[in-house]
Design a protein around this ligand. Structure first.
Ligand code: NAP
Length: 284
C-alpha cells in the first residue's frame, strides 16, 4: 500500500481563495479585518513565522500590523500594548508570537488578550468553550489538522485516535477536537510505557513531539491515517517531520508531508479566525 498524501499546501490555497471572497464582501460593508502581531525579540524562527503570517494576511485582504519590540520590554509595558489593542476598533485579532523572554509570563500575556480577539485560541475562555463544544476561536494547528482529515472525507466518528504529545497548543487540543468529532482518543507522552502498543492500534495517529523520525513505518497499523505535526531541522538544515515519511507512507492510507502539510494549514486557520472575528463584529 502507498498512502495518499494530504497536501496542506493545496488545501490552504483553496481555503485562502475562499477567504479572499469573504474579505471582499466585508470590504463592501466598509470593514477590513485587522490582525495585530506583537513580536518580542530577535528569535529567527519567530521572525520568519511572523513574516509568513503577515504575507498571508496581505494576500487574503486582511490588514496586518506588527509591533516588533525589544526583548528587554517589561511585562507591564507589554500588557499595556495588548490592552490598547483590545480597545482598537480596527483590530479583530491579536497574536503575541511565542515563546517570550523568561521575565514575561506567557500565562499573563494570553489572559490579557480579549477572548473576542484571541485568534490563536489560547485564552482559557476559548479553551473552555472548545471543551464544552461552544462557539470559540479554535487553536490554529489542531483546527487545521481536523480540516485536513475532513477534506479527504475520512470518517472520524468511532475511530481510535492516538495523539503522541500533550502540549497545550497542539497535543491536548487536537485530541479534544477529535473527541468532539466522536473519536475515541488516547494520549501518549514522555512517561507512556510501551508506546508502540498504542501507536500500532491507532486508526488515526497524530504525532506532535518535536523529534525527527520519532515514528516509523513499523510503529503504525496498515491503513492508518498519519498526521505529522513535527517541524525539525536536520543536520543538513532540511525541514523534517516527526514521522519517517518513506516507511510510514508505505503502510498509511493517508499521510501528511513535512513541509507542505500541517504548517500551511496553521496559518490558514489564523486567517479564518481573524475573518470570523470581523464578521461577528459586523453582525453586532
Ligand atoms: P512541546 O511543547 O515540546 O511538546 C512535545 C510533547 O512531546 C510533550 O507532550 C512531550 O511529553 C512529548 N514527548 C517528548 N518526548 C517524548 C517521547 N520520547 N515519547 C513520547 N512523547 C514525548 O512541542 P509542541 O509545541 O507540541 O510541538 C511539537 C512539534 O510540532 C514541534 O516539532 C513543533 O515545532 C511542531 N509544531 C508545528 C506546528 C505547525 O504549524 N506545523 C505548530 C506547532 C508545533 P511530556 O508532556 O511528557 O513532556
Amino acid at each position: 500500500m502507498s498512502g495518499i498524501v494530504i497536501s496542506g499546501k493545496e488545501l490552504a490555497k483553496s481555503k485562502r481563495d475562499e477567504m479572499k471572497k469573504q474579505t471582499a464582501i466585508l470590504k463592501e460593508q466598509g470593514i477590513v479585518p485587522g490582525l495585530a502581531v506583537i513580536l518580542v525579540g530577535e528569535d529567527p524562527a519567530s521572525q520568519s513565522y511572523v513574516k509568513a503570517k503577515q504575507r498571508a494576511c496581505e494576500e487574503t485582504g486582511i490588514h496586518s500590523e506588527m509591533d516588533h519590540v525589544s526583548p528587554s520590554i517589561s511585562e507591564d509595558e507589554l500588557l499595556d500594548k495588548i490592552r490598547k489593542l483590545n480597545d482598537a476598533e480596527h483590530i479583530n485579532g491579536i497574536l503575541v508570537q511565542l515563546p517570550l523572554p523568561d521575565h514575561i509570563s506567557e500565562e499573563k500575556v494570553i489572559e490579557t488578550i480579549d477572548p473576542e480577539k484571541d485568534v490563536d485560541g489560547f485564552h482559557p475562555i476559548n479553551i473552555g468553550r472548545m471543551m464544552t463544544g461552544q462557539e470559540a476561536f479554535l487553536p490554529c494547528t489542531p483546527n487545521g489538522i481536523v480540516e485536513m482529515i475532513k477534506s479527504k472525507g475520512i470518517d472520524i466518528q468511532g475511530k481510535h485516535v492516538v495523539v503522541v504529545g500533550r502540549s497545550n497548543i497542539v497535543g491536548k487540543p487536537v485530541g479534544q477536537l477529535l473527541l468532539n468529532e466522536h473519536a475515541t482518543v488516547t494520549y501518549c507522552h514522555s512517561r507512556t510505557k510501551n508506546m508502540q502498543e498504542f501507536t500500532r492500534a491507532a486508526d488515526i495517529l497524530v504525532v506532535a513531539v518535536g523529534k525527527e523520525h520519532f515514528v516509523k513505518g513499523e510503529d503504525i497499523k496498515d491503513g492508518a491515517v498519519v498526521i505529522d505535526v513535527g517541524v525539525n531541522r536536520n543536520a543538513e538544515g532540511k525541514l523534517t517531520g516527526d514521522v519517517e515519511f518513506d516507511s510510514a507512507s508505505k503502510k498509511a492510507s493517508y499521510i501528511t508531508p513535512v513541509p507542505g502539510g500541517v504548517g500551511p494549514m496553521t496559518i490558514t486557520m489564523l486567517l479564518q479566525n481573524t475573518i470570523f472575528s470581523a464578521q461577528r463584529k459586523s453582525r453586532k
